[in-house]
Write a protein that binds this ligand. Structure first.
Ligand SMILES: Cc1ncc(COP(=O)(O)O)c(C=O)c1O
Length: 446
């Protein structure tokens, strides 16, 4: 029921008071948690509370502030972030360089008119061209990974005049209709069937399966616009393909004259120990999508990046792909520019490669002692997956770690593979605390 203006004003002022307070007093700390437990079931959905893996045992943990590799709840308890917002916090929480750029930008302009030239769009796109491989050159800036993939799929159809896409089982590309059509997980797709037509899913890591699918489609009179893959499947359970997978996909796409779309939303910006996931094999895709860490962990921004030769229809009509109101806005563009600066200036990929190798090796040692429970551990850089005997055990380990104030993540609906995606700035001491936590959680669960 609609409330009076006075009631709305009062409620908003109360919350603004919390946002603008330097410090929360004990009464407010309790109040915020209590409010949240009431608000979610009534105005959001209780299901969100229930689906938080760490929530089950520790009712009422609300995050409130963060920095570097940690965040704090409303009561000031500190947690090591080994989930990293599923990839968002590669640069940690509120990296000072990114924050400085965003604050400075906000001090003179937040969003843009949509009509005049917004210079940061051009500066950011130039920097993206400078860090991406080969002749990737033009950026289309949006707000989220799924939007970037929507644009990628649309562009592939525009540029080739062809129709079908090959994507992979367990692949994750987002949840808007087009990206969801490429996503390879029945649970997310089933409620919305029929989705966008023209998607065929094949097993991940199998280049022959991609070629066979393209061949069969062409034989039956269809045409294939592109192949869309992640360099490592994140949401699918940290699945690393054979070394020759992407090079073979490149060769197959060239032969059948369709576009190779590589979704780097989770793997990009240094997450895997190189600037991009494709850099492990030297492959240059026709389209690359970026998101998550692209905004430096401070602002939401994503991009579709492509080569000049696929751009001619855009030159006829710049709005043919879309016209995102907020995509590439000055505040988010400032964040992404500072993120690129930080990734390059601090050699984030190099740091992630070194720390990631240490983390993975130590986890492998732990795994060798608990093989009955942890069946595998794998990863690249700071995209690491611990695979447990079953979903229930993975869930218990995640909860046991949370009790030790360490946050990890499963996949969106499964805990059999627990993801470790910490920020690059996690210290050796913090890594060792996580390793101790995993070890003792496994012992505790014997
Ligand atoms: C590889 C990949 N692509 C796309 C997406 C969708 O990104 P967003 O949630 O920002 O739409 C995700 C999100 O987890 C992802 O991991």
């Amino acid at each position: 029921m609609r409330a009076s203006y006075d009631a709305v004003k009062q409620e908003a002022e109360r919350v603004l008071g919390y946002i603008e307070a330097d410090r929360l007093d004990p009464e407010t700390q309790e109040r915020i948690v209590k409010d949240s437990l009431e608000n979610f079931p009534l105005y959001v959905t209780e299901a969100i509370l229930k689906s938080r893996k760490s929530y089950a045992d520790d009712v009422g943990v609300a995050e409130w502030e963060d920095e570097g590799a940690i965040f704090r709840d409303t009561k000031g308890n500190e947690y090591i972030d080994c989930l990293g917002g599923y990839g968002v916090y590669l640069l940690g929480h509120r990296h000072p360089r990114v924050l400085k750029a965003v604050k400075s930008q906000l001090d003179h302009q937040a969003l843009h008119s949509q009509e005049l030239i917004d210079p940061l769009r051009g500066y950011l796109s130039k920097l993206v061209a400078m860090i991406t491989p080969g002749d990737l050159q033009h950026s289309y800036l949006v707000n989220a990974g799924t939007e970037a993939n929507e644009m990628a799929l649309k562009l592939a159809r525009l540029a080739t005049g062809k129709t079908w896409f090959i994507s992979t089982e367990k692949g994750f590309h987002g949840k808007t209709m087009g990206s969801l059509s490429a996503t390879g997980k029945g649970l997310y797709r089933k409620p919305y069937l029929p989705l966008v037509p023209g998607f065929q899913h094949v097993p991940y890591g199998n280049a022959d399966a991609v070629e066979q699918a393209i061949y069969q489609l062409i034989q039956t009179g269809e045409s294939v616009a592109g192949v869309i893959v992640e360099p490592i499947q994140g949401e699918g359970g940290v699945n690393i393909p054979p070394d020759d997978y992407l090079p073979r996909l490149r060769e197959i796409c060239d032969r059948y004259e369709c576009l190779l779309i590589v979704d780097e939303v989770q793997t990009g910006m240094g997450r895997t120990g190189k600037l991009f996931g494709v850099d492990h094999s030297g492959v240059v895709p026709d389209i690359m999508t970026l998101g998550k860490a692209f905004g430096g962990g401070v602002a939401p921004i994503a991009a579709m990046v492509t080569k000049h030769r696929y751009w001619d229809k855009m030159e006829e009509n710049p709005f043919i792909l879309g016209s995102s109101t907020f995509g590439g806005n000055p505040m988010s563009a400032a964040a992404a520019i500072a993120a690129i600066h930080t990734v390059v200036a601090e050699d984030v990929p190099g740091i992630v490669a070194t720390k990631g190798a240490y983390f993975l090796n130590e986890l492998k040692t732990i795994q060798s002692r608990h093989q009955d429970k942890m069946v595998d551990v794998r990863g690249r850089g700071f995209l690491i997956g611990m695979e447990f005997r079953d979903d229930a055990l993975g869930y218990e380990v995640a909860k046991a770690l949370f009790r030790r104030r360490i946050l990890v993540g499963g996949t969106l609906n499964n805990s059999r593979v627990i993801r470790i995606e910490p920020p690059y700035c996690i210290s050796e001491e913090q890594i060792n605390a996580v390793l101790d936590g995993v070890n003792s959680a496994l012992k505790e669960l014997s």
